[in-house]
Design a protein around this ligand. Structure first.
Ligand code: 5RP
Length: 264
């Protein structure tokens, strides 16, 4: 890695643990005013001290985050379809939505692009993805590959390792994917670090257990959204997630911390 690439990449991680708690609040790019993010600034502000990097769109960054905030930015640069596109089988059929010049202007530490492996439009998203990677590499910006598999395919180790490996071979520096059984397989067959997405909101204890299992299986951390900002206490939840990722806390210990912070 050249200096600029290495510098931006290392900013995404906690220097002590070498792991990361990325906070994803990019949902509006295809879900509109997602529950919990209606007033994005109010949702994100109190959590910023506990975030290793913030993943969001350029519109959210410009309109809701003050430029003097000291947090690395992972800028979402893909989109083009909404949640409604699921109805006609086009969900996550994404293209490039932000130029690299704009990413640099916004001082992004990384860019994020979603690819859908195993769908009828996988070729479109994979080829657009490589265009972003080429541009990003030119300026020393790491690309986070957000990896999903086509509707109807199981989100299991077989398909997620296939999709993650493809995204890494195409040049992603970091992979975000879903947690599954035998997650070790997804991590060990991927040549770049892997973080997990949180997915739909589940009970806090279950989300903490998922984060713990992922990290124990070799994930370098999480890139969680809804399971933090839709929690009954997002500030307590992110600290509990941090305990797991950065301090190797068990799910029981982290849940105890969550309850303690919540009741304070
Ligand atoms: C969709 C995305 C997201 O918008 C988001 O980052 C997902 O986070 P979570 O599932 O934890 O709410 O990546 O592909």
């Amino acid at each position: 890695m050249d200096w600029g690439m290495e510098n931006r990449f290392s900013r995404l991680f906690d220097q002590k643990s070498g792991r990361t708690v990325l906070f994803a609040v990019d949902h509006g790019y295809f879900m509109g005013p997602t529950t919990g993010l209606e007033q994005l600034d109010k949702a994100v502000g109190p959590l910023l001290p506990y975030v290793d990097a913030l993943m969001l769109t350029r519109g959210a960054l410009r309109n809701y985050i003050k430029p003097n905030v000291d947090v690395p930015i992972i800028l979402r640069v893909s989109g083009g379809t909404s949640i409604l596109a699921r109805e006609w089988g086009d969900l996550l059929h994404e293209g490039i939505t932000v130029s690299m010049e704009e990413a640099i202007r916004l001082n992004a530490s990384a860019v994020a692009f979603s690819v859908m492996v195993g769908s009828r439009f996988e070729r479109d998203t994979l080829l657009e993805f490589t265009k972003v990677i080429d541009e990003a590499e030119r300026y020393g910006i790491p690309t986070l590959g957000v990896v999903a598999v086509g509707e109807g395919l199981n989100r299991d180790a077989r398909y997620l390792s296939l999709a993650g490996r493809i995204a890494a071979e195409l040049g992603a520096r970091l992979i975000k994917t879903y947690y599954c059984e035998e997650f070790e397989r997804v991590v060990s067959t991927c040549p770049v670090p892997v973080v997990i997405a949180g997915g739909k909101k589940i009970p806090e204890k279950d989300a903490l257990t998922m984060a713990y299992s992922a990290v124990q299986a070799g994930a370098v951390g999480v890139d969680m959204g809804r399971n933090i900002f839709q929690s009954e206490d997002p500030v307590a939840m992110i600290q509990a997630v941090r305990a797991i990722v950065h301090k190797n806390a068990t799910p029981d210990e982290a849940f105890e911390l969550f309850n303690e912070l919540k009741n304070r």
